[in-house]
Ligand binder design. Structure first.
Ligand SMILES: NC(=O)c1ccc[n+]([C@@H]2O[C@H](COP(=O)([O-])OP(=O)(O)OC[C@H]3O[C@@H](n4cnc5c(N)ncnc54)[C@H](O)[C@@H]3O)[C@@H](O)[C@H]2O)c1
Length: 240
């Protein structure tokens, strides 16, 4: 399969590129960080593309580069994302907008650009990355939790829109995952203990444990799964 992964320069996106390449996909590694995209692409024998997912022209160009290089695009995994932790009353409105722009609008732009090709091809797979915070909010998450709730509903809306074209759209909901994004919280013993206290498995996920689920949803084996939200959270949401 030909797969495009955003946020491929780090964490869950980099792991997803590795898992997809290991199963034989040709992988296009998109990130706004040029060096990081190149490093992952070199490691997986893929194609690096520098693009900010909030820029419609750059996103279109990334999908075009994929089709130019490999002739088609079968799957996209939208892993690019940003997090901010700030009490709502102190949150800069521009930061609020940026978090929504990257996490929600960016996912929409990438999915839609790929879907236009997939419709012409007769189908495809779209996997969005939400969070356990798509359905629960922690303190300081007015922007992040709203954005991830938006990703959850975006996945459902796109699944309904694109089912007639054979495109499935699903949302993965990672819990606490050991990546650069969570390094601050996991590196502070008190915050780490507080976060993991709510996780029945008692440890953060490795990025590859999220990537394996993304890869399943981006495979032919998941042909009858669409519009689903799949938590990969060590049981966090099961505790209610
Ligand atoms: N780490 C966690 O605990 C956790 C938990 C739940 C959900 N998630 C979600 O998983 C996804 C991946 O997170 P991660 O932990 O791997 O983070 P990360 O910070 O390690 O990686 C994110 C990558 O996205 C890229 N990126 C950010 N903004 C971009 C933009 N505008 N355009 C293109 N690339 C951009 C960054 O350069 C980086 O390479 C995010 O959507 C995040 O919200 C992470």
């Amino acid at each position: 399969m030909i797969s495009l992964v955003t946020g491929a320069g780090s964490g869950i996106g980099a792991a997803t590129a590795q898992v997809l390449a290991a199963r034989g996909d040709r992988v296009v590694c998109v990130d706004r960080d040029e060096a990081a995209a190149r490093e992952t692409a070199t490691g997986v024998g893929g194609l690096p593309v520098t693009a900010d997912v909030t820029d419609p022209a750059a996103v279109e160009a990334a999908v075009e580069a994929t089709v130019r290089a490999f002739g088609r695009v079968d799957a996209v995994a939208c892993c690019a994302g940003v997090e901010v932790n700030e009490a709502a009353q102190r949150l800069d409105p521009r930061v609020f907008d940026r978090v929504l722009a990257v996490n929600v609008t960016g996912s929409f732009l990438v999915a839609a650009a790929a879907a236009r090709r997939m419709i012409a091809q007769g189908g495809g797979r779209v996997v969005l990355v939400g969070s356990a915070n798509s359905v629960v909010a922690l303190p300081g998450q007015a922007a992040y939790a709203v954005s991830k709730g938006g990703v959850l509903m975006l996945g459902r809306a796109l699944a309904v829109d694109w089912a007639p074209y054979g495109i499935t759209v699903n949302v993965v909901g990672p819990g606490v995952t050991d990546t650069p994004m969570s390094a601050g919280s996991l590196g502070d013993p008190e915050r780490r203990a507080r976060l993991l206290d709510g996780v029945p498995l008692g440890r953060p996920a490795r990025p590859a444990e999220i990537a394996e689920v993304i890869a399943f949803l981006a495979s032919p084996a998941a042909s009858y799964v669409t519009g689903a939200f799949l938590p990969v959270d060590g049981g966090w949401l099961a505790r209610g």
